[in-house]
Design a protein around this ligand. Structure first.
Ligand SMILES: *[C@@H]1O[C@H](CO)[C@@H](O)[C@H](O)[C@H]1NC(C)=O
Ligand SMILES: *[C@@H]1O[C@H](CO)[C@@H](O)[C@H](O)[C@H]1NC(C)=O
Ligand SMILES: *[C@@H]1O[C@H](CO)[C@@H](O)[C@H](O)[C@H]1NC(C)=O
Ligand SMILES: *[C@@H]1O[C@H](CO)[C@@H](O)[C@H](O)[C@H]1NC(C)=O
Ligand SMILES: *[C@@H]1O[C@H](CO)[C@@H](O)[C@H](O)[C@H]1NC(C)=O
Length: 372
């Protein structure tokens, strides 16, 4: 696995600030395809991805509904935390529906975003993939897969240059979601655009896609002492994230949003929402703390995960992170899930504003960049 310093975890964290040029050249080039602005886990996932030493984030592209509004949310977040060298791409809009975080970013002038905004986000994906010159790009799918289908239609030759990690899928029965339904369920990123989910599993990527499914992502919530550590942090990037969370919570509760039920079940002084997407970001870099199961899968026209027998020609091979490992980092941690949460918090608490010269090698905006 190509990860920045090929060293144990603790050393990664310590060496983050002194990552040398040659080590940085070995980072995983990544594209994040996100529906940030509706559920809050995308904001946490973005914050985590920015702090993971493994990644060189080349592009963030917005997915589904009002993709310009989502880009504004991403742009404000990136600008506040000093990561505004990362280019943004406007993904395929599906309608003009907004999300509870849109009002947080309403005061942000997207046309002034320093990293540049590509009006054709799908073309920007293709360019970012080609700019990596054969190094497989990690495409992190934490929104509906509409942009992926457009990418496959328009630029089919990118497939072998990309490996995909998805938040989605649900195969094990009997898990109750906090707002009521019992698994297996049709997952949001797939049911919002099932044709695109099907296109994603049928594509010939550099390797079979990895899924962070409901089975393990439902356990990714920060509570107790870890949550208090975040709440009390003076770290500016953490404060930006918590400001997003409070805004999302207030807005979700007062409006009538898809997120209202979830917000009503949460006490933000005590816990995070379920951070489904954060696991997918982690899984795009490493399988540490997760056990992957190979399945032959497809999605039906309602976004349910369909598992076929191994010897069946329907479905495609994919890796599902169905279990957290039992083994944790240390004696005080229960297992892989707790270790991951601890690791995520450590990274977030160590967040620092960073300059592109030091940490990124994002492509300079081309003439494609437009002002929206
Ligand atoms: C969203 O689209 C609908 C249907 O096209 C339209 O009636 C409505 O005015 C639009 N709303 C906004 C805020 O643009
Ligand atoms: C959320 O609402 C509470 C109570 O109305 C208020 O005190 C708080 O400032 C609001 N927070 C945000 C971020 O809007
Ligand atoms: C999700 O699945 C349920 C049945 O399990 C179905 O009633 C619903 O219409 C599906 N949602 C979408 C958006 O297809
Ligand atoms: C697949 O395997 C099952 C048993 O595992 C068997 O019953 C079935 O006939 C096989 N199908 C094919 C197409 O080989
Ligand atoms: C993995 O998780 C599933 C339920 O999601 C459980 O049935 C199975 O026993 C677990 N496997 C291991 C090895 O823990």
């Amino acid at each position: 696995m190509r990860i920045c310093p090929l060293l144990p975890l603790v050393v990664w964290v310590l060496s983050y600030g002194s990552c040398t040029f040659s080590a940085c050249a070995q980072k995983i080039p990544a594209i994040i395809d996100t529906d940030i602005g509706t559920f809050i886990d995308d904001s946490f996932a973005l914050a985590l991805a920015l702090q993971m030493p493994e990644f060189d984030i080349r592009l963030i592209v917005t997915a589904s509904h009002d993709t310009v509004g989502r880009a504004r949310v991403a742009a404000k977040h990136l600008t506040l935390v000093g990561a505004d060298h990362i280019p943004l791409g406007i993904g395929v809009a599906t309608d003009n529906q907004t999300g509870p975080l849109f009002s947080w970013a309403a005061d942000f002038d997207l046309s002034g975003y320093a990293g540049g905004v590509h009006k054709d986000g799908v073309k920007a994906m293709q360019e970012a993939i080609y700019a990596c010159n054969g190094t497989p790009v990690a495409l992190i799918e934490i929104g509906p897969h509409t942009n992926v289908r457009a990418l496959l239609d328009r630029f089919p030759h990118v497939q072998q240059k990309v490996r995909v990690t998805v938040m989605g899928g649900s195969v094990v029965p009997g898990i109750r979601l906090p707002w009521g339904p019992v698994t297996p369920v049709n997952t949001t990123n797939e049911k919002e655009d099932p044709l695109s989910a099907q296109a994603l599993v049928h594509a010939q990527w550099a390797e079979p896609p990895r899924f962070a499914p409901v089975e393990t992502t439902i356990q990714v919530a920060i509570k107790g002492a870890l949550w208090q550590e975040l709440q009390q942090s003076k770290n500016f990037a953490v404060q930006v994230l918590l400001e997003c969370y409070m805004h999302w919570w207030n807005e979700s509760r007062t409006g009538s949003w898809i997120t209202t039920g979830e917000a009503n079940s949460l006490d933000p002084t005590r816990e995070s929402a379920i951070l489904w997407d954060a696991e997918a970001v982690h899984l795009a870099a490493t399988t540490q703390w997760l056990t992957l199961t190979e399945l032959n899968v497809d999605f039906d026209n309602w976004g349910h995960t369909v598992v076929s027998p191994d010897n069946s020609s329907s479905g495609r091979r994919a890796w599902f992170a169905l279990n957290w490992t039992d083994q944790g980092l240390g004696p005080n941690l229960d297992g892989g899930r707790d270790s991951f949460l601890q690791h995520m918090i450590s990274l977030l608490l160590a967040s620092q504003s960073w300059s592109p010269a030091e940490f990124g090698s994002a492509p300079t905006p081309s003439e494609e960049v437009v002002h929206v």
